[in-house]
Write a protein that binds this ligand. Sequence first.
Ligand code: ZN
Length: 581
Amino acid sequence: MAHEALARKYRPANFADMIGQGAVVKTLQNALSTGKIHPAYIFSGIRGVGKTTAARLFAKGLNCEHGPTATPCGECTSCQEIRRGNSMDVLEIDAATNTQVEKTRDLIDAARYTPSRDRYRVFIIDEVHMLSLSSFNALLKTLEEPPAHAIFLLATTEAHKIPETIHSRAQHFQFRRVPERQVADFLAHVCAEEGIVADPAALSLIAKSGEGSVRDSLTLLDRLVAYADGPVTEAAAVEVLGVTGREGLLTLVEALSQSRVAAIPGFVDQLLDRGQSLERFLSDLLGLVRELVRLKLRGSGKQGDPTLARCADRFSEEDLLRLWDLLLTSQQRLKGTPEADALLELQLIKAALLPRILPLDRLLGRIPEIPLSAPEPPLPMVPPEPTEFKNSTPTPPEASPVGAGGEVPPADGTPPPGGLRFKAIIPFKRMDEDEARTYEDKDDERIHRFRETAAKRLPLMQETLKGAFLSLDPDGVLHVALPSSDATGATLLSNRERREAMEAVARESGLPGPVAVETSAGPEPEKSPSRSSSARSVSPVPDRRDPAVDNVLRVLGGRLIRVIAPPAPEPAEGGPHGEPE
Ligand SMILES: [Zn+2]
């Protein structure tokens, strides 16, 4: 027995079976029940969402022996003839394939004749925007003085190509894309009816590939059933549809969470080898990240997919939001670019390099019982007692534990302490313009040497460094400040390897300390006048510190570099506001 295509078999036989077009269906049914019928209707929307089906159902409703009715019987002669496509009074014209232009025009001209048997003479014109000019003119002439018995149902995927004169004489219905969820549910229903065993994940992938078209989705299901020759699995769907499955996406997101940049090019190559649509891939990836964000907001671990929950746990809420933001921007940029694969690779690398941000509450959770509001006088600057803290490593009292990067070993070669570490800390602070101008000490010989050496050793970072302000603090820490507009530069420079490279150059230039990267609202460097070293904005570290600040420094493995005074007058009240970098 010949296989009947699912798309054909499950074509809706009545209005109630139509999926996802609730408003349109309701209006059409109302017209049929009240008898307020327009001479022409435009049904527009993408292919496979039910335009022609709705037109046929409407024709049935008009001409059913028991009608006009919103619920045509489907069994009378008229209903059956319409279903078979051989009704004398319901004419279907496909404007896209009908090459006999004259014939089409004659058919439309014939609308003035009364129906041969039924109530109405109905013209269903598919892809009406393809009609010839003479046919459009015939249509217009008919609609200017429409005979009471003639109804035109004009289906099109490109409503804007229909002349305005026709538009203004017709009622326009826009058929929407059917939401994925609804399509997937419908596919599950079809599978149940057909005795097809299908993985819901596979059906979701099909629904997504169908892009809101029920007919396309059913056709894909047909193909997959033929391919799988058994249960329809996600793996089969990935293969046939040429998409990246959930597992592949999760693997990628895991690589992103671990900053495994090296894995990205191979991943992109795979996409290209399989001939995947990069836009579709990015859209799927965005979908997954969005799910992760939602899971995070709900609080993971409650229920649902444990794999997903584990993946969400790898990120902080802020990380996920920034990843989401980056991917959304990538999606916009990907549209219509000739270098789509290169752009995608670049954006994924950026995503992998996004510095991880530890949520403040988790961070504070690591600081045991700090009397933040304690009225105690500030303690003298004493080395911390390392034994108090489980998560931090003993810190040598006289030396800086670790530089701004957290992972950068001090210049003397001692290994960085274990425990909590950051890839990078980038404080986003705003300096006023004067402060920014004084930021770089152009007279400092060591900064000159650093710039010269960096120009030779670090050609790839050259552009970014050119736009940066450099300054040295009394501890010998080199600060690289970027204009806040240069987010890409900040991401580049805060990468661990690049910071280590900068450190090597710093040592070569006679600078002992680590390198700190910060972004600021500073002006363009070429505009900044040179200043003497006395104008340096860095304040020396005070000899008295707030114990809470010390705790933060210990937990982060950082050290105090600059102190920024609070805006209010504050003579000797409490501890100074330290800023760990
Ligand atoms: Zn009927």
